[in-house]
Design a protein around this ligand. Sequence first.
Ligand SMILES: Cc1cc2nc3c(=O)[nH]c(=O)nc-3n(C[C@H](O)[C@H](O)[C@H](O)COP(=O)(O)OP(=O)(O)OC[C@H]3O[C@@H](n4cnc5c(N)ncnc54)[C@H](O)[C@@H]3O)c2cc1C
Length: 448
Amino acid sequence: MDSLRRRLTGELVEPGDPRYAELTAGFNAAVTATPAAVVEARDPHDVVEAVTFAAASRLPVAVQATGHGLADTLDGALLISTRRLDECVVHPDGWARVGAGVRWQQVLEAAAPHGLAPLSGSAPGVGVVGYTTGGGLGPVGRTYGWASDRVRAVEIVTGDGRLRRVTAESEPDLFWAVRGGKGAVGIVTAMEFDLVRQPELYAGALYYAGADAATVLHRWRTWQATLPREATTSVALLQLPPLPGVPEPLAGRFTVAVRFAWTGDAPSGEAALAPMRAAATPLIDAVQTIPYAALGMIHADPADPMPVHEATDLLHALPPEAVDALLTVAGPEAGSPQVIVELRQLGGAYADEPAVPSALDHRDAAFTLITIGVLIPPVAGAVAPHADQVRAAMKPWATGAALPNLGAGVGPERLARSYTPPTLTRLIEVASRFDPEGVLRAGQVPVR
Ligand SMILES: Cc1cc2nc3c(=O)[nH]c(=O)nc-3n(C[C@H](O)[C@H](O)[C@H](O)COP(=O)(O)OP(=O)(O)OC[C@H]3O[C@@H](n4cnc5c(N)ncnc54)[C@H](O)[C@@H]3O)c2cc1C
């Protein structure tokens, strides 16, 4: 470790160092990471040094930017933290270059003065690279598609310790694999991607009382099927705790949120939303014209770490019986311990094939289903078994697959759900070619 330390511009942090806990912390406080050491990279060459050292020492390597996807204890691994790779440059002609430590909020703010927008996710605190390498589905995805389809180039340290600049032309296999394959083929140090011209949105959420859950969910089901690509929507059964920041009408109650983002003009968005607005009287109507950079308010995801259990599925359809099944197992009368049970509508641009093929599968799915429960007493023990009940109730409409980004998980079963067999075979082949020693075998999506 001392020989590695001498070769780094950044720091090497070992257990016992006061910074070890800070550098290994994840967003999911139920997972404690215990890597052998953390390299806090200051530049791409630190990543090269760390990977080369790990190969020689037979240590597995993992990568972390923000910890939003921490799913594994990373026992005995060398963890490379990219959070100091914080370059963020927005080019007014419509693209951005960011270091691997940058979060979406920074790009949102840098792009806004130019009327430009990145395809960020629902939570602006999430890391650009972890999100984009997993596909990335966000609040305006039905208009603009997956974030990974907007990537122009990545700079990546592959498992053989080489720093490469990867484009569709220069390294087609790596370019295919890194867009969907997360950290399977290397550690990205920087990414360049296209922005969209979208200064504002007509967007937000309608919050309804739990008593209206059946009416709202059934109306959402028929209404979402009528929406054009300008609209992206999701619906969530919420049981938010009475914590600071949670609005009083929602705190400690069962409520339902309908999220809506419209990329066209506000009057046409208002007209598109009207049937949903009329389904019941909202407790809060927070749909309005907003600056694009404020899109975090649409889902209002929590910003602070907490111990959670997540489960996810993709659905191929949502007939009325599926809505009834969901209400029976997770509706206001079900005694559900989940804080969120959410359906996101897919389709639109999500279903388009990319201009350059990528490792992101399951583009034909119709909805994502996600359950999130907080693992604190008195419900802690009930969360996971109940999530299994939700998945079982929705099984008739589940595709059996999952998106690589959602419901963070590791292991062969998870890989088989994230990727079709041909994609997984090709990911393994590409990973074997560029990582002959199998160094990248910790964290999310090691394929070997
Ligand atoms: C509150 C919340 C909201 C979310 N909302 C959405 C959403 O709307 N849409 C969506 O698609 N996802 C969403 N996610 C999932 C999120 O996109 C993934 O967890 C993503 O991996 C987080 O990336 P990160 O860098 O922030 O996390 P980290 O935990 O730092 O990284 C997670 C994984 O990303 C990969 N990765 C990170 N950095 C690199 C790198 N430099 N090179 C190669 N691979 C790397 C690795 O596989 C790593 O294990 C959400 C997650 C949370 C917690």
